[in-house]
Design a binder for this molecule. Sequence first.
Ligand code: AMP
Ligand code: MG
Length: 470
Amino acid sequence: MMIKFDNSYLRDLPGSYLRLAPDRAPDPKVLVLNKELAAELGLAISDAAGWFSGARLPEGADPAALAYAGHQFGGFSAQLGDGRAHLLGEFLGPDGQRWDLQLKGSGRTPFSRGGDGKAALGPMLREYLISEAMAALGIPTTRSLAVVTTGERILRDQGPVPGAVLARVAASHIRVGSFQFFSARGEVEKLRALMRYTMARHYPQAEDALGFFASVAQAQARLVAQWMGVGFVHGVMNTDNMALSGETIDYGPCAFMEAYAPGTVFSSIDRQGRYAYGNQPLILGWNLARLLETLLPFVDADPERALDLANAALEGVAGTYRVAFLAVMRQKLGLAGEAAGDGSLIDDFLTAIEGVDWTLAHRRLAGALTDEAGYLALFDDPAAITAWLPRWRARLRSDAAEALLAANPAVIARNHLVEAALQAAEAGDLHDFNALLAAVQDPFGPEAGREGFVLPSPKGAADYVTYCGT
Ligand code: AMP
Ligand code: MG
């Protein structure tokens, strides 16, 4: 049994990675294995514990740590890179789509700086759970193949905890920070090679640097619009955590918002709220500006003209995002086609649901079609929503009842459930984790019969804090 690797990144982009083997986990044990995903990708896995911990590599793997730079909370680091991850290689899925196979938590690399190169079990299970939830919600994301415990205990703030490796697949691991790495070093030819490689791999239709930028901007804008639609707060939208493919990547202190409040922040390290829910569209634009800066040498030979063209392209980003967001919200509200007043209809809905559970305020719109009083029970003060509902009814598509249920999840990964499931899993009991995983993998299924996964915590929305867990 094998994986047929074809490692184009290593072949085409010398100088952008360091080849090195992952650590050999002393006692690897598979905790979670995504058999459905493996089958979808045509992967025949004969040694999950060995392959996905790094203890024994599949034939043809050519492990490497990729170099990248990045702005972290606005401050630039010229060298970050895979400090605890190894790209094992690329393979082609049954449909010809190219995938990266990467291990995370697999040991120190020359990019580790002060870190131990390891990952704790809790955060790796968290990435597995949330990334699979996102995939089931139809949101572009890296996918999780397995979580394997290493048999080691590693030291974290809370004391020694079990170490683990996450195996994930991604359309690629090319980040805005990958471009910044070469740009900061003034290595223009390597930067050009990276741009050409990324265009060929992800945006073959793009014809030049500005066309490439527009494609990336479109993909990332659609992604962030979809995050906003499900109340997802990424938590660390640093430029090294923004994938050129337009996939969600690097699940750290992310979480789903419950009561709608634009200022929602979960991450313990985001003290200024830079990556708050409502700021994500602005940060999207900020990060895209950092990408476009690196592309300036390819925009035009005349630096002043390049700057003018780039500025014009950047000015378009807010509009690109708004179009993507309106498309997401039209779907969520079950609107028929497009109408001139949709922007204010949507904005007024958002104002009316402030403080109400984001997920239920959308999901139960389907019920509001026949039982308005039942819907209004979600609201402490129903005045604004009562005034809004007739405007909404006038814009509904004819099949709104089904369309609303198909567009709005009943189940998201609610914070109190994630926390309880991870705590039990760290103590050796995977029952709650597996039950929650199954629930979030069927987000659009019925509410009935699974109220425990649908409803907010009975204790109320205690302030939830997430940690990077690195
Ligand atoms: P992140 O915030 O997870 O996106 O990581 C930012 C940078 O820190 C990346 O270069 C990571 O590879 C690195 N890093 C995070 N955790 C560790 C760790 N435990 N050991 C070494 N490097 C790490
Ligand atoms: Mg990262």
